[in-house]
Write a protein that binds this ligand. Structure first.
Ligand code: UDP
Ligand code: MG
Length: 152
C-alpha cells in the first residue's frame, strides 16, 4: 500500500556531510521525496517530535541533540515506505544494525545515530504534521508535468 513517512537526517548526519548519500539511498530504492527542508528545530518542535520519550533518562540529551544544529526533514512516499525505510535505517543501536543499513554504515552510538524515521502509520502522520504544512508536500507533480507535456 502506498504510504508516507517522515524521515530526518539528524544534526550529526548534516555536520558529517551525509545528506546527499542518505537521500540517494532512498531515491535509488524508488521512494518519492514529496517534502524536503532544512531547519534547526526549536525546543518546542523537538519536544513535540519526541513526546513519547518524555521522562526517559535519555530525553534531555535527545532534545539537546536534535536542537543542536540543522536537520534535513523529508517526507517519502511509496509502497510500505514506513517499515521499509526503518529497515534501511537499521536498529537504533548501530551495533545491532545489519551491515548495509544507514546506521551500521555511518553511526557508532545509540545516542547519535544519524537518522530518524517514523515507526508506524500513526507516528508518520503525526510527525509529518509537526514539520510540514499540507501545501509544502508535492505529491502530484508527476501528473502536473504530464498535463503540461500533453498540452502542446
Ligand atoms: N536514544 C538515546 N538513548 C537510548 C535510546 C534512544 O539517546 O537509549 C535516542 C536516539 O537518538 C534515538 C532516539 O532517542 O534515535 C529515539 O529513540 P527510539 O527508541 O524511538 O529509536 P529510533 O526510533 O530512532 O530507532
Ligand atoms: Mg522512534
Amino acid at each position: 500500500m502506498a504510504e508516507r513517512t517522515f524521515i530526518a537526517i539528524k544534526p550529526d548526519g548534516v555536520k558529517r556531510n551525509l545528506i546527499g548519500r542518505i537521500i540517494t539511498k532512498f531515491e535509488e530504492k524508488g521512494y518519492k521525496i514529496i517534502g524536503l527542508k532544512m531547519l534547526i528545530p526549536t525546543t518546542e518542535i523537538a519536544e513535540k517530535h519526541y513526546e513519547e520519550h518524555k521522562g526517559k533518562p535519555f530525553y534531555p540529551r535527545l532534545i539537546k541533540y536534535i536542537t543542536s544544529g540543522p536537520i534535513v526533514a523529508m517526507v517519502l512516499e511509496g509502497e510500505n515506505v514506513i517499515a521499509e525505510s526503518r529497515k534501511m535505517m537499521g536498529a537504533t543501536k548501530p551495533e545491532e544494525a545489519q551491515p548495509g543499513t544507514i546506521r551500521f554504515e555511518y553511526a557508532i552510538t545509540k545516542e547519535y545515530n544519524i537518522i530518524h524515521g517514523s515507526d508506524s502509520p500513526e507516528s508518520a502522520e503525526r510527525e509529518i504534521n509537526i514539520y510540514f504544512k499540507k501545501e509544502e508536500l508535492c505529491s502530484d507533480w508527476t501528473t502536473m508535468l504530464e498535463m503540461i507535456t500533453n498540452e502542446g
